[in-house]
Design a protein. Sequence first.
Length: 107
Amino acid sequence: MSSNLNISVRTSDLAVLQGVLDDAGYDSTSSLADPKYYNIAVKLLFHLYNDGMTSPAALSIELSRHFGKTPLSSKSSAEFEKNRKLIQGIRSAVVVKSPTGASTDTW
């Protein structure tokens, strides 16, 4: 497989691809420090974009998947939070109902 890409791209397309690379942490310093991975990332993005994937979010996800990273959820699961509290010795809040029917939180 040749390392030359014969793809014509508009300036606006390049801006999208450069933004995806920047968001993923590929910049001028990473391209000099590890050009092999930078070149692979650029080629992957060009091929995906040329195949019709134009969403920056989708391109970022595919770039992460290719290099073995999966996007992390921004919210922890309920089971994870429960286990974290147990390990750290944090007691959960207990809801106690008063005789009048009002709820109060206690620790």
